[in-house]
Ligand binder design. Structure first.
Ligand code: C2G
Length: 457
C-alpha cells in the first residue's frame, strides 16, 4: 500500500539568476530531479552587493518572476543575508541543498544541517557574458581632478559597465599629466570640446563654485551626471538641475558614496524593524585635517560645511526625513568655516546633530538614539563596516559586521552604471528629494554666513 504520509523530499537551491539562461535552467532541473519539492532562493539586491556581486541587471522582483514562470519550481523565496541558508534548512526541513559545482567546498559547512550536493555547471554561458554582450559600455568623462578623482579612477576599474575615456580640466598641465597615467584616451582643457567627445556620462569633481555650470552644461548635452556635493550653491539652481535632468531624460546623482555601501543600506533596513523603538535623535561627526594631508589653502577655503556636511546630513535625512528648521554654530578662520554644527529639527520634534570640521579633530562616530536603545556606528561611520545595537541591559547588545571591497566607491559607481543601463532616472538609495534636502542645508549655511566659496577648476 502507498504511504500517503511519507515526507516529501525537499531540495533547496540559491542563486541570483540574472538574465535567466540555460545554465540556470539546467541546474534547477537537476535540483528538482533530486527530490519531490524544489525551493529556490533568489538573492536580494542588497545581499548581492554585500557579497561583492555588483552590476546585476534585473531587480529581485523580475528575477523572482522569471523563476516562477518556469512552472516546475514549487516555492520561491528571497535570500537576504549570509546566514539565511542555515536558517532555511531548519525552517523548511530541507533534505538536500544543491548548487553548481563552481561552488565546490564553499558550502560544506551546511552538511551540519542537510546533505550538500554540488551539481555540474553548464559550460560556455554566464550572466556576466550576457550582460557584456547585450548592454552597451558607458563611456565616461571626468571633469576636474578633485579630491576624489584618483580614488575614483582606481575603483572604476572594478565596474566593467563603465569605461573612463575623456578627461577635462581647465589646467592644461594637469590634463597632460593625468592623461599619461590614467586610462583616458582623450584629454581636454576646453569644456565644450570635451562634451562633444563621445561620452555618455560624466563624473564632476571640479571645485564647488563650478559644479552648477559643469552639471547644467553636461545635462543639456544629454549626459548622465554623477557629481560631488554640493550640486549647486543656490536652491533655485539645484531645482533647475533636477528639472534639466528630467527634461533631457538623464540621471543626476550626488556622489555620496556612503549611501551605496552595503552596511549603510543594511542599517537603514534594520532600523525599520523598530528594534530601538521610536527614533528621537541622530548625531554624526565628520572631521578631517586636510591641511596635514597636504590639501591646498584653496581647497580649505571652500570651508568645512561645503566639503563635508553632506555626509552627516545624509545619515540624518535618511533616518529622520526632511527637516523643519536648522541652526548653525560655526567657527571661522580668515572668513572660512573650519568647523560647523548643524542642529536640525524634524517631524515629531526629532533632532539631528551634524558636526563637521577641517581645522579640528574629533571622533568620527554616529549614534542613532531611540526610546528602547541606540545604534552605535564606530569611526569612520561614513565608511560603514559595522554597527552595534545597544540597550539599557548591555547583555542584549548585538553587532553587525560587513566587509566591502576597495575604498567603497565601486558600490556608488556600479549603482550609477546599473541605473543608466536599466534606463532608470533615480536611485532609491539616494532619491532626488534626499539630494535636495542635503544640498539645501549647505546652501542655507552659505546664505546665512554670507559666503560664496571660490575655486580654481
Ligand atoms: N550555474 C550553472 N551554469 C552556469 C551558470 C550558473 O550551473 N553556466 C548555476 C550556479 O552554479 C548556481 C546557479 O546556476 O548554482 C545560480 O547561479 P548565479 O545566478 O550565478 O548565482 P550565484 O552567484 O552562483 O549564487 O546564495 C547564492 C548562491 O550562493 C549562488
Amino acid at each position: 500500500m502507498k504511504d500517503n504520509n511519507k515526507k516529501k523530499k525537499v531540495v533547496i537551491t540559491y542563486g541570483t539568476y540574472d538574465m535567466l539562461h540555460i545554465g540556470h535552467i539546467n541546474v534547477l532541473k537537476r535540483s528538482k530531479a533530486l527530490g519531490d519539492y524544489l525551493i529556490v532562493g533568489v538573492t536580494s539586491e542588497d545581499f548581492d552587493r554585500s557579497r561583492g556581486k555588483l552590476g546585476v541587471f534585473q531587480n529581485t522582483a523580475k528575477r523572482v518572476k522569471a523563476i516562477e514562470k518556469l512552472g516546475f519550481v514549487d516555492k520561491v523565496i528571497v535570500e537576504r543575508h549570509q546566514d539565511q541558508k542555515a536558517e532555511d534548512m531548519v525552517e523548511y526541513d530541507v533534505d538536500i541543498f544543491a548548487i553548481g559545482d563552481d561552488w565546490v567546498g564553499k558550502f560544506d559547512y551546511l552538511n551540519e544541517f542537510t546533505h550538500v550536493e554540488y551539481l555540474p555547471r553548464t559550460k560556455g554561458i554566464s550572466s556576466t557574458e550576457l550582460r557584456e554582450e547585450r548592454l552597451e559600455t558607458i563611456n565616461l568623462g571626468i571633469i576636474g581632478m578633485g579630491r576624489d578623482t584618483e580614488r575614483f579612477i582606481d575603483e572604476v576599474k572594478h565596474v566593467p559597465a563603465i569605461q573612463p575615456t575623456s578627461l577635462y580640466d581647465n589646467d592644461k598641465k594637469k590634463v597632460d599629466k593625468f592623461i599619461k597615467t590614467a586610462p583616458f584616451k582623450y584629454g581636454y582643457d576646453d569644456f565644450d570640446t570635451f562634451l562633444d567627445s563621445s561620452i555618455d556620462a560624466v563624473f564632476v569633481d571640479s571645485s564647488v563654485d563650478r559644479h552648477y555650470n559643469h552639471i547644467s552644461k553636461a545635462l543639456k548635452a544629454g549626459k548622465h551626471v554623477l557629481a560631488e556635493n554640493p550640486l549647486a550653491l543656490d536652491k533655485e539652481e539645484v531645482a533647475d538641475l533636477q528639472a534639466l535632468a528630467k527634461k533631457h531624460k538623464c540621471l543626476l546623482l550626488s556622489a555620496l558614496k556612503t549611501a551605496f555601501l552595503p552596511a549603510f543600506c543594511q542599517l537603514l533596513i534594520q532600523l525599520q524593524d523598530g528594534v530601538i523603538g521610536d527614533i528621537k535623535e541622530v548625531r554624526a561627526t565628520f572631521t578631517s585635517l586636510y591641511k596635514e594631508k597636504k590639501y591646498t589653502e584653496q581647497f580649505l577655503k571652500q570651508g568645512a560645511t561645503n566639503t563635508m556636511l553632506s555626509y552627516p546630513s545624509l545619515l540624518i535625512t535618511k533616518v529622520l526625513g526632511p527637516r523643519d528648521s536648522v541652526t548653525f554654530f560655526d567657527q571661522r578662520h580668515y572668513g572660512y568655516d573650519f568647523s560647523n554644527r548643524a542642529i536640525t529639527i524634524h517631524k515629531d520634534q526629532t533632532i539631528g546633530l551634524a558636526t563637521v570640521a577641517t581645522g579640528m579633530k574629533s571622533e568620527g562616530d554616529a549614534v542613532i538614539s531611540g526610546t528602547k536603545g541606540y545604534v552605535y556606528i564606530p569611526a569612520p561611520w561614513w565608511l560603514t563596516k559595522s554597527f552595534e545595537f545597544r540597550f539599557e541591559d548591555p547583555n542584549k547588545s548585538f553587532t553587525y559586521n560587513y566587509e566591502y571591497e576597495g575604498n567603497g566607491l565601486r558600490y556608488m559607481i556600479s549603482e550609477f552604471a546599473s541605473l543608466i543601463q536599466r534606463g532608470k532616472k533615480k536611485s532609491e538609495r539616494l532619491t532626488p528629494s534626499d539630494m535636495r534636502e542635503i544640498n539645501d542645508l549647505i546652501v542655507e549655511y552659505n546664505e546665512q554666513a554670507d559666503r560664496y566659496p571660490q575655486g580654481t577648476v
